[in-house]
Write a new protein. Structure first.
Length: 267
């Protein structure tokens, strides 16, 4: 039998400005109260306790060595598309798959520190590993009953373009009509989080830091709110330099995503 206690926690009511670390343990004080309220320390101290997040690190390092497997056509949500693609890379050869994996790993740590349960759609970033296919990635959040899914990518377009944007699913009857509104909110929260972390909106795709796509299996298969992010343009020298920095991957990209997700999950 648990003692009847309440946990006074300042962090739960604090603004999620950093979204970056566990609440300060020094702020928690166990106090005995006369009212029979039982609050466990774990659930009270962690703002995302009970929340489930899926992170989908885009592509896989071994995709380029498995052309037949990733070229197989799958149902991407009303149309057939390749299982997966190789992703892009910086001019110096830093792969999108490795960038996405690193950001996902940092992001997972930040969300777990806030009490969330976090799943990744792939378990490694290996030159011998490929996939999973976009339909598998898209369904993953459904099977673990996620509250939110974020798919982490980087773009590879003309070098004059830079900055991030968040991709919402288009409304497709029978596919995304159930998650259209929630995913739109998630995209706005993630955009706000990334901006607060210091990332500029992309200077293309309309300049509002948002895009809408109806052809992405990763989004179309989801039955829970989902968003894909292109965190920068790997072909832009400044963006590429930032992406190659471990401190940027943790303290800017992952921190911004964590902040946006925390906002969404605590509404
Ligand atoms: Zn990608």
């Amino acid at each position: 039998m648990l003692p009847v206690v309440a946990l006074a926690v300042t962090a739960c009511s604090a603004s999620p400005t950093s979204g970056t670390s566990a609440p300060p343990t020094g702020a928690a004080r166990l106090v005995v109260r006369s009212t029979p309220t039982v609050v466990t320390a774990a659930s009270a101290a962690k703002p995302l306790a009970g929340r489930v997040v899926v992170i989908d690190p885009g592509h896989n390092l071994g995709n380029s060595r498995h052309a037949a497997q990733i070229g197989r056509l799958v149902n991407a949500g009303g149309s057939r598309k390749p299982c997966n693609t190789t992703g892009t890379a910086t001019a110096s050869g830093y792969p999108e798959a490795t960038f996405a994996w690193s950001v996902a790993t940092y992001l997972k740590a930040r969300l777990v520190a806030q009490g969330a349960t976090v799943y990744l759609t792939r378990s490694s970033n290996s030159a011998s590993a490929w996939g999973p296919c976009v339909d598998v990635r898209g369904r993953f959040g459904n099977t673990v009953h996620a509250d939110a899914v974020v798919s982490v990518h980087a773009d590879g377009t003309a070098s004059r373009f830079h900055g991030f944007f968040a991709i919402r699913p288009a409304r497709k009857q029978g596919w995304t009509d159930d998650i259209y509104t929630g995913s739109g909110r998630l995209a706005l929260d993630v955009r706000a989080g990334l901006q607060a972390a210091g990332l500029p909106r992309a200077n293309y795709n309309g300049g509002d830091g948002l895009d809408t796509r109806g052809d992405l299996g990763t989004l179309n298969w989801s039955n829970v709110p989902t968003v894909m992010v292109e965190l920068g343009n790997m072909k832009n020298a400044t963006d590429a330099a930032h992406m190659r920095s471990a401190s940027w991957r943790d303290s800017v990209y992952a921190a911004g995503l964590a902040r946006g997700l925390a906002t969404f999950l605590r509404r």
